[in-house]
Design a protein around this ligand. Structure first.
Ligand SMILES: Cc1cc2nc3c(=O)[nH]c(=O)nc-3n(C[C@H](O)[C@H](O)[C@H](O)COP(=O)(O)O)c2cc1C
Length: 318
């Protein structure tokens, strides 16, 4: 039974990939994910220069998932080379997807050019963080033209495969996906967090996050993310890293059926820590065995097709 995935010319031993942001950019912590079953990893979004991000508290859980306003803190692309080298050394068979961001297209271009010299396998363009509006304005992925312009600009300066990370906070994700594809994206990462949302401390009578608002992920995001993956799959031919609320194997199988080829694992790490990867891959394998499916590729997009007419189903086979 095959659960390995060929994605943009890269071989992932299984479909799970750490989602950007959960484990920073430290080579050792990302390598630890691979040692615990992750097929590949995505590094935290790096900007050109170091960024402090928002003050604590920045990450909270609630019944429906997780809300965060980390604010894209990081050491900056210029200072991160060593971490990518450590990872490449320890995990030569598990692709590294390096996430970059920028307030402007010029900044993104500079980041991509620096990354050309680093031992990474693919670039993920974070066009979709919902909790830095004050500083950066509307994310590129909330506008088809901005997505087109920024993707085209990066395409010109790198030969590495590019995945454009889309936002669920739009009315027309299919149109935006098409713009990314038409302007040189090799893949899409669908999706970033939704919102922003808010939680209030009723004793303090104030929002809990220091930033007041943050992006929502985990369980609450899953049905939205699933619909976004389904819609993107209908609109583009490039493959998709499905991300958003994949906590259990069942969520992962739904994402594959909606059209995801790889599976971004984020909030599940809060609930299951490093066990999340094997739990999800083993659950996919069990399902494939039960259903007589030999290659995971067969699951990708399986939910597309004519709807089943429930009125014609024989409810009483006896
Ligand atoms: C604490 C935290 C930090 C994150 N940092 C980033 C980031 O740096 N870049 C990015 O593209 N997405 C970031 N994300 C979004 C995740 O990569 C992912 O798209 C989102 O959480 C949905 O997946 P999940 O429901 O499995 O967590 C972050 C999410 C969280 C909760």
């Amino acid at each position: 039974m095959n659960v390995s995935v060929d994605f943009c010319g890269l071989k992932f031993p299984n479909p799970t990939v750490v989602a950007s942001g959960y484990l920073g950019v430290t080579g050792a912590s990302l390598a630890r994910c691979v040692e615990h079953g992750s097929g590949g990893v995505t590094s935290k979004t790096l900007f050109l220069e170091p960024r402090k991000g928002h003050p604590n508290p920045t990450v909270l859980t609630f019944q429906g998932g997780v809300i965060n306003a980390v604010g894209l803190s990081g050491e900056g692309v210029k200072n991160a080379k060593h971490e990518f080298e450590v990872y490449a050394d320890r995990c030569p068979d598990n692709p590294m997807i390096a996430s970059i961001g920028g307030a402007t297209i010029e900044e993104l271009i500079e980041c991509a050019e620096i990354m050309n010299e680093y031992p990474i396998d693919m670039l993920e363009l974070n066009f979709s963080c919902p909790n830095v509006h004050d500083e950066m304005g509307r994310p590129f992925a909330c506008d088809p033209q901005m997505t087109a312009d920024a993707t085209a600009a990066i395409r010109k300066v790198t030969k590495k495969p590019i995945s454009v990370k889309l936002s669920p906070n739009v009315a027309n994700i299919g149109v935006i996906a098409k713009q990314a594809e038409a302007n040189g994206a090799d893949a899409l990462t669908v999706v970033n967090t939704m919102g922003p949302g808010m939680l209030i401390d009723i004793d303090m009578r104030r929002p809990i996050l220091s930033n007041k608002v943050g992006g929502v992920s985990g369980h609450a995001l899953k049905p939205i993310a699933l619909r976004c993956v389904y819609e993107c799959y209908q609109n583009v031919k490039i493959p998709i890293i499905a991300t958003g609320g994949i906590i259990q194997a069942k969520d992962a199988i739904e994402m594959l059926m909606a059209g995801g080829s790889l599976l971004g694992i984020g909030s599940a790490l809060i609930y299951y820590d490093m066990a999340a990867f094997d739990k999800i891959t083993d659950g996919i394998r069990d399902f494939m065995k039960k259903e007589g499916i030999n290659d995971i590729e067969e699951l990708v997009g399986m939910a597309h097709g004519d709807m089943i007419d429930h009125s014609k189903l024989d409810q009483n086979p006896d």
